[in-house]
Design a protein around this ligand. Sequence first.
Ligand SMILES: NC(=O)c1ccc[n+]([C@@H]2O[C@H](COP(=O)([O-])OP(=O)(O)OC[C@H]3O[C@@H](n4cnc5c(N)ncnc54)[C@H](O)[C@@H]3O)[C@@H](O)[C@H]2O)c1
Length: 356
Amino acid sequence: MGDSIRYGIIGTGMMGLEHLLNLRLIPDAVVTAIADPHEPSRVNGKNTAGPDADVHEDYRDLLARDDVDAVVICTPNHTHVDVLDDVFQTDKHVLVEKPLCTTVEDCLRVEQKAAGHPGVVWVAMEYRYMPPVARLVHEVRSGRAGRMRMCAIREHRFPFLPKVGNWNRFSRNTGGTLVEKCCHFFDLMRLILDAEPVRVFASGAMDVNHLAEDYDGERPDILDNAYAVVDFNDGSRALLDLCMFAEGTRNEQEIAATGDAGKIECFVPESNVVIGRRIPREVETVHVPVDERVLKAGFHHGATYYEHVAFRRAIAEGGPVEVSVRDGLLAVAMGQAGERSVELGRPVSLAELGVS
Ligand SMILES: NC(=O)c1ccc[n+]([C@@H]2O[C@H](COP(=O)([O-])OP(=O)(O)OC[C@H]3O[C@@H](n4cnc5c(N)ncnc54)[C@H](O)[C@@H]3O)[C@@H](O)[C@H]2O)c1
């Protein structure tokens, strides 16, 4: 491998296209192959990847190629575990879309196999890489808010979009909304609080969206709103407030990280970070600009680009794997504990799920 890194994209639906658009902005990134069993996705993928990319129906043909150094897995959640199994038969680097898998059991299996893999294994947690979120984490780390005690994350947004084959309408394919969507936020809670989750107490329902949908006689079974409270092992706590019928909102994501000396907030897509101190009381608003080209290359406020820059650094320069399989596993475990808590009406510990 010279300076350039040759990528293969597995799954060229919505997120696969976003990765392709962002790889165009990464110096020395070349996409040599794409794979997708669905013809319209292959056509979209080829149109976005350009003339140099070969097209496969079966991702195993892509994995057999010598001119692919790194793969990006952008297939439906329930397929990640088997695709990863095949990637682990090769020496390729891998960026796997969130959630790592749909269950803790599958994540533990992946963790075991990933341990012996010679390539970089990185879980795509794009929200860490949104510039205002990264700035919030930086301010928290600087100690300006003191010792972290609380983290509140609100996502109020539009409903789940339609997907190829409607896979995202059923919890058996997604892991449930608290795994599928909210693994991002559970991951951010761990990052911001720098602590590990102990138990989750959640309440949620499918109250407004998807009620009239019918897929061959089957109704969707995914939450469209929830609150989840998480206790952490250092006594800190976090709250998730999810609403997916809230298009009428100024910001989709609002995060408040509060310590004993102050409070850091961030707002996306306004791209503002508010830094507040208690004594003497001071509140400062900082706008965090994002390059227009990067903003236009996806739906995640520039995050996918910055994630690829870091993934590339890990491959080419031996930089750190910033989002490990363990990080991916814990985000899924918190989501699964939340889903189970909604079902049972009581807090669910991570230990109950076999996570230590
Ligand atoms: N990080 C984020 O914010 C974010 C946002 C959206 C989606 N995602 C994740 O990206 C993944 C893909 O989601 P999407 O929104 O692109 O869904 P999608 O339905 O738009 O695309 C999925 C594609 O995978 C293809 N596919 C299915 N099985 C395959 C296989 N065995 N080999 C190759 N291709 C296969 C489908 O034909 C389809 O084209 C999911 O894991 C999802 O959770 C992440």
